[in-house]
Write a new protein. Structure first.
Length: 119
């Protein structure tokens, strides 16, 4: 009943534990960055998605030693949703940065105007 070699089992278990840890970090960064409109936290979410999650998911999808078709399909769905998250995250970061730049320019122009005294 051994479907996978011991080396492969160790690699998969390590990847699953890393995936769980990265998911907690990603969820926190996404939640915090979204609610507080923090570009740094949203960028952290996006970077962890691109650098850590994409290779792990690609390994899970492209691994030829996975014996169950259901597992391969679920990994493929996870990869599709991850790509949607990456694209949506990039667009949101860009939109929030434009919004915060406009707020900053407005504040600078407002501070640059001389204040009139109505005595």
């Amino acid at each position: 009943m051994d479907y996978l070699s011991m080396t492969h089992v160790v690699i998969l278990l390590t990847l699953f534990f890393i995936t769980i840890l990265v998911e907690f970090i990603r969820l926190f960064l996404g939640y915090y960055g979204n609610l507080n409109e923090k570009i740094s936290a949203l960028s952290g979410f996006w970077v962890t998605s691109v650098i850590l999650q994409v290779p792990i998911t690609a390994f899970s999808v492209l691994n030829i030693n996975i014996p169950l078709p259901l597992e391969r399909i679920l990994c493929l769905y996870h990869g599709v949703f991850l790509l949607i998250e990456i694209i949506a995250g990039f667009l949101v970061i860009r939109k929030i940065s434009y919004y915060q730049m406009a707020k900053f320019k407005e504040r600078v122009l407002e501070e640059g105007k001389p204040k009139s005294r109505d005595d």
